[in-house]
Design a binder for this molecule. Structure first.
Ligand code: CMC
Length: 391
């Protein structure tokens, strides 16, 4: 009882301490365990970054090989899990499928849900990182009516995922190394981002002692919204709707109009009041990937123009609204061949390692308490009860 801080949207409340990810929003800096996102995206493969987030250090060569073996050991899903997919309509949004199927993992892996045992926590974390590509690819295969593909553990994390998504059983799957690299880089850029809405959801769900698979399913639900991970899908839809450079002013006017709920998707961020460093890396990648694939997408041209005009506009300048990670990622994903409905699924796949790293950090903290915000009550004072026939 007594005094609480009223802080809707947690704009100035730290909910935890953490040693995983550091953001300086004014300078546009993002560090994982001290390493810049630019360095990691340029030089690492995704599993190295997973090791860094989960274990605190970049792996030495032997550690990386052991970690790779540990992850690939868990890539298959229980055969019975396939039945869950078959219960969905084929036109279900793949994020709806992900929420359900990942939540259902709770019912399969009882042997890794004693959260007080650090070893079981690590097994659950490895399982989640390993199985997400398999489940995400299955969600796609189910939606297009093709057979599920089993994982191939001799391939890299990104390559295996692309094969499970775009390959078919009786044929070799060929993919340009540039595409594998681009996929891997997108995973790295989405791996963690401190206490965003979905990570905070995972922590809050986990703070009650709930099992990790259920917590990650909660994180996926939170990520789905268009203000968060759903923005990558919304950006592509928005660019398609704008259609032509000549329509940009009309959409900018709508974004600035306070009576219109439309916002410029892929713009703005709670913490970054400068260029999102992830958007910087992706903008460069976009050019490279489209170039190497020989794809000419007029949407890229349109996105560049939109960014240019917005960054010169007083409204966006005053509010420090810059492109965020979701602004350019969709154009690359489209060039690789993903339908827009899969974009947020890819975000969830990549963010899983961040979620489990943050969840582990929380559970291991001896001062950890159940998350339980207070409220500012604005309802009735106590009043007299009136029976139904007298109301
Ligand atoms: N278009 C137009 N106006 C905007 C936008 C935008 N995209 N973003 C913020 N504003 C305005 C907002 O209307 C407000 O104006 P005013 O001060 O006049 O009322 C001001 O900027 C501050 O906005 P806010 O809503 O108080 O800021 P927030 O920190 O609560 O919201 C955000 C952050 C990311 C939800 C928001 O910028 C947004 O909705 N952006 C579009 C969706 C998007 O791209 N989301 C992806 C976020 S990054 C990665 C991820 O999480 O997935």
């Amino acid at each position: 009882s007594g005094y609480f801080t009223y802080d809707p949207g947690f704009t100035s409340t730290a909910s935890c301490d953490s040693a995983i990810t550091y953001i300086d929003g004014d300078k546009g800096v993002l560090l994982h365990r001290g390493y810049s996102i630019e360095d990691l995206a340029e030089n690492c493969d995704f599993l190295e970054v997973c090791h860094l987030l989960l274990r605190g250090e970049l792996p030495k060569a032997q550690e990386l090989e052991d970690f790779r073996n540990t992850i690939t050991y868990h890539t298959m899903v229980h055969e019975q899990l396939m039945n869950f997919f078959r219960g969905f309509r084929r036109d279900a949004h793949p994020m709806a499928v992900m929420v359900g199927v990942v939540g259902a993992l709770s019912a399969f892996y009882h042997d890794s849900t004693d959260i007080n045992d650090p070893e079981q926590r690590m097994i659950a974390s490895h399982r989640l990182v390993a199985k997400m590509p398999t489940i995400a690819a299955m969600a796609y295969k189910y939606s297009i009516g093709q057979p599920f593909m089993y994982p191939r553990n001799d391939l890299s994390y990104a390559h295996n995922f692309l094969r499970m998504t775009f390959g078919v059983p009786a044929e070799d799957y060929e993919v340009a190394p540039a595409v594998v690299r681009a996929m891997d880089r997108i995973f790295i850029l989405h791996a963690d981002h401190e206490q965003n809405a979905s990570t905070s959801t995972v922590r809050l769900a986990g703070s009650s002692g709930a099992n990790p698979f259920a917590c990650i399913s909660a994180g996926i639900s939170s990520l789905w919204g268009p203000a968060h991970g759903g923005a990558n899908e919304a950006v592509l839809n928005m660019l398609t709707e704008i259609g032509d450079k000549k329509n940009i002013p009309e959409f900018l006017a709508r974004a600035k109009d306070k009576d219109d709920p439309f916002r410029l998707m892929g713009f703005g961020h709670r913490v970054y009041k400068n260029y999102d460093p992830r958007a910087g890396v992706l903008k460069k990648s976009c050019d490279e990937v489209l170039d190497q694939l020989g794809v000419q997408d007029p949407l890229l041209e349109l996105a560049r123009e939109l960014e240019k005009i917005a960054l010169e506009d007083d409204y966006f300048v005053q509010r420090k609204l810059f492109p965020n990670v979701d602004f350019y990622s969709g154009i690359i994903l489209k060039a690789i061949g993903f339908p827009t409905s899969m974009f947020t699924v890819l975000f969830a796949l990549a963010r899983t390692v961040g979620w489990v790293a943050q969840w582990n950090e929380m559970i291991a903290d001896p001062h950890q308490k159940i998350g339980r915000p207070r409220q500012l009550f604005l309802g009735h004072d106590q009043r007299e009860f009136v029976p139904v026939d007298k109301r």
